[in-house]
Design a protein around this ligand. Structure first.
Ligand code: FAD
Ligand code: NAP
Ligand code: SF4
Length: 677
């Protein structure tokens, strides 16, 4: 008996049977660009195949030089390159898995001066204006797709995925936004579709019947002048006739101003498009986006909305996602919280992707947690992300671990973060660690402020200090006024804010607190409300599926302030910062930069803006509440007190360095220490 009968059911695709319905979607890890990195990539794929992914889709490989994402980035154009892929296909097959190569021509998203597109229209997210392809150039590009598919087959892949969504070249041909041609490749919906359909048709002719040709279809473009639903449906039927084996959904272009995968997007927000596509074709359809738990996937599959689900980031967070679901160990899944901090944000910074929650991801051969040869008794103090990660990894390696936490529950600052609307998903990490403590056998002492004397008396061989951070109290005159509270007091619900609030400090926490004060608490859990807020409509009604956004009046008037003169939210992640900035703007949060805090009194917060020429006049912001989000300070007295004890002491996370701390660093430090001890 299983709770996931649909998820775990095999799927017969003719020449191949998938053992379950979970596909690992394409992700660019940063290891695709150089063959010297392929052994690491192979280890990454192999671990996911072993963990039960029924089909793995690689990161994108361009069929020619014009289509690469960056200069010298991943491509599959020659037999020599094809041979280098064998290490990947062999590694996956050795684990009993299947693997398809994604063919991605970036078109105008190619960040190169030689980029091409159907028409010479620059993308808002690239500085390069593309050259319009000639008719001959189009033919050659189609031939390049076919050549790459043939090479993929020779390299041992089980199939290819033709990337037709997310605003890349094929998608650019499909939408009037980017295709202004009047020749055989544009001007009417049929002609705009011709490029996509020809690619699929000619690939199928070249590779034969016993090879998967997955077409990634843009179900909703979420940009002005995108496709209509009729056009999407017609494309689905035409690529089916052209020989596609499966349709995988793509949602929104990269330049879309609607978030599609960040944590504030409700789970399975776009699954209904899979259901709509299923009624248009007889091909198996893969649902995607914000599917992170087996019950979410089972809900989609059980309702008949899709035949398969594609999970990408959840396989970074937990390579054993499928196996745990199959073995009724769902509560052991390390759930992807859709933060993008270590995966997509790394990719955009040209760093190797990994996972905030699982720093071993894409580092499988380098960060190894094997059994220890010298088991020791270790005290870990502080059950925030750093302490939790360290304690459980130490115990997994065979050490005897006791974890001390001063509060009555685990989580540290993460327990505060999970209360922010749009970050509810963070509670999954606390659930995961709670279970992981049990599975690895860590002894947990809650409500215990560990002291140096106690730890010395306890006879521990090693002590890990993970006591984290406390909110910084800035030295502003009147900071002890009754209207002032810390972000921790506010978000934990220990203090009630008045209707008018000033937020001091506009880092990640100041922005989160502003959203806490202005968001509709249920907007990330209620799909209708979320769609209304972000203006997600229906492509059957308006091209691209955009509608006018409708935002409810927030409960609090908020002013968000910082001393720096730079724009607010600049330090936030590349792929999430714009979502936060757009949300603050939509909620009418007033943003003041370059301020000096003069004092706080019964009239409110007094600020000035320097005395330079053109500086604004000092003003009083008449607020009922001032929330301090002015950064944090390390809590490390315990480490200092243990200095002379003779016990080896290791300090990690916020206790080590408070500046630029995030959970990514806290968890990584915890795991790296555990790997060394
Ligand atoms: P902490 O989380 O501070 O944990 C330290 C723990 O030690 C606490 O539980 C404390 O009670 C305990 N402790 C202290 N002294 C003792 C003692 N003597 N004995 C026993 N226990 C003790 N980070 C991100 O990466 N992404 C985000 O999106 C994000 N959002 C956030 C939103 C908010 C609102 C907040 C407040 C934080 C957010 N963070 C985010 C930051 C992240 O939560 C912290 O970086 C992380 O929690 C730091 O981990 P830590 O384990 O070092 O310290
Ligand atoms: P932060 O990003 O360092 O921001 C602190 C803010 O306080 C800054 O805006 C700073 O701006 C201000 N400040 C600093 N010292 C001050 C002082 N003495 N008086 C008045 N203002 C002062 O830290 P945070 O917001 O506390 O966040 C902590 C960590 O959690 C961050 O490093 C972040 O990575 C992580 N986090 C991440 C996210 C995310 O979405 N990725 C969300 C929340 C938190 P000025 O000096 O210009 O005034
Ligand atoms: Fe998911 Fe965040 Fe890990 Fe990326 S870094 S895989 S979004 S949990």
């Amino acid at each position: 008996m299983t709770a996931y009968p649909h998820l775990l059911a095999p799927l017969d695709l003719g020449h191949v049977t998938l053992p379950n319905r979970v596909v690992m979607g394409s992700m660019h890890t940063g290891l695709e660009d150089h063959a010297r990195d392929f052994p690491k990539l192979a280890a990454f794929f192999a671990e996911r195949a072993r963990g039960g992914a029924s089909l793995i889709i690689t990161g994108g490989f361009s069929p020619n030089i014009a289509g690469t994402l960056l200069p010298l980035a991943s491509k599959l154009t020659t037999a020599r390159e094809g041979k280098q892929h064998r290490v990947l296909t062999r590694a996956v097959h050795a684990e009993g898995g299947r693997i398809a190569l994604q063919l991605l021509h970036a078109g105008r998203y190619s960040y190169t001066p030689w980029c091409v597109a159907p028409s010479a229209i620059k993308s808002p997210i690239s500085k390069f204006r593309p050259r319009a392809l000639t008719s001959r150039g189009i033919e050659r590009t189609i031939e390049a797709f076919v050549r790459s598919a043939r090479l993929a087959r020779q390299a041992g892949y089980d199939g290819v995925e033709v990337m037709g969504s997310e605003g890349y070249l094929i998608n650019q041909f499909l939408a009037p936004r980017t295709n202004k041609r009047t020749d055989a490749w544009g001007g009417t919906p049929e002609k705009r579709r011709r490029f996509a359909v020809e690619i699929v048709r000619r690939i199928r002719e070249a590779v034969g019947e016993d090879f998967l040709v997955i077409y990634r279809i843009s179900a909703v473009d979420l940009v002005p002048d995108g496709q209509t639903w009729d056009e999407v449906a017609a494309l689905a039927r035409e690529v089916e006739a052209a020989g596609a084996s499966v349709l995988n959904l793509g949602i929104g272009w990269h330049e879309a101003r609607v978030p599609t995968i960040v944590t504030s997007v409700p789970r399975a927000a776009f699954a209904s498009y899979a259901a709509r596509l299923k009624s248009e074709t007889s091909l198996p359809v893969i649902a995607t986006n914000r599917i992170n738990l087996p019950e979410v996937a089972e809900g989609i599959l059980g309702a008949g909305d899709a035949d398969l689900v594609s999970l990408a980031r959840p396989f970074l967070a937990d390579p054993e996602w499928v196996r745990k679901a199959a073995e009724s160990r769902t509560d052991e899944i390390n759930t992807c919280i859709a933060c993008n901090q270590a995966c997509l944000d790394h990719t955009f910074k040209r760093q190797r992707a990994t996972c905030l929650l699982n720093p071993r991801a894409v580092h499988e051969t380098e960060l190894v947690l094997g059994p220890t040869r010298r088991a020791r008794r270790v005290a870990v103090v502080g059950a925030g992300p750093a302490g939790l990660a360290c304690a459980t990894a130490l115990a997994e390696r065979g050490h005897t671990v006791e974890l001390f936490e001063a509060r009555d529950d685990i989580g540290g600052q993460f327990a505060i973060a999970q209360r922010i609307p749009g970050k509810e998903e963070f509670s999954e990490s606390i659930r995961y660690f709670r279970r992981r403590l049990q599975v690895t056998g860590v002894t947990l002492h809650l409500g215990r402020v560990a002291t140096a004397d106690e730890l010395v008396a306890g006879g521990f061989d090693e002590v890990v200090v993970a006591t984290g951070v406390r909110p910084r109290i800035p030295s502003i005159p009147g900071v002890d006024h009754s209207s002032v509270m810390t972000y921790a007091e506010l978000v934990r619900g220990e203090r009630e804010p008045g209707p008018r609030v000033a937020v001091i400090g506009a880092g990640g926490i100041g922005v989160d607190v502003s959203e806490f004060l202005t968001a509709q608490p249920s907007a990330t859990l209620d799909l209708g409300l979320w769609r209304a807020e972000w203006g997600v409509g229906d492509p059957a009604v308006s091209r691209g599926g955009l509608a006018t956004a409708v935002v409810e009046t927030p409960k609090h008037d908020v002013v968000l302030l910082q001393r720096k003169a730079s724009g607010i939210g600049k330090g936030l992640g590349k792929t999430t910062g714009w979502v936060h900035r757009a949300a603050l703007k939509a909620k009418g949060v007033e943003q003041l930069i370059g301020v000096s805090y003069d004092r706080i009194d019964d009239d409110g917060l007094h600020v000035s803006f320097g005395d330079g020429e053109g500086a604004a006049a000092p003003r009083v912001i008449p607020v009922d509440t001032v929330v301090l989000c002015a950064g944090q300070e390390s809590v490390r007295t315990l480490a200092d007190e243990l200095g002379d004890s003779g016990i080896p002491v290791h300090v990690i996370g916020g206790a080590d360095v408070a500046a630029e701390l995030d959970a990514k660093r806290a968890i990584r430090q915890g795991i790296e220490l555990a790997a060394r001890l």
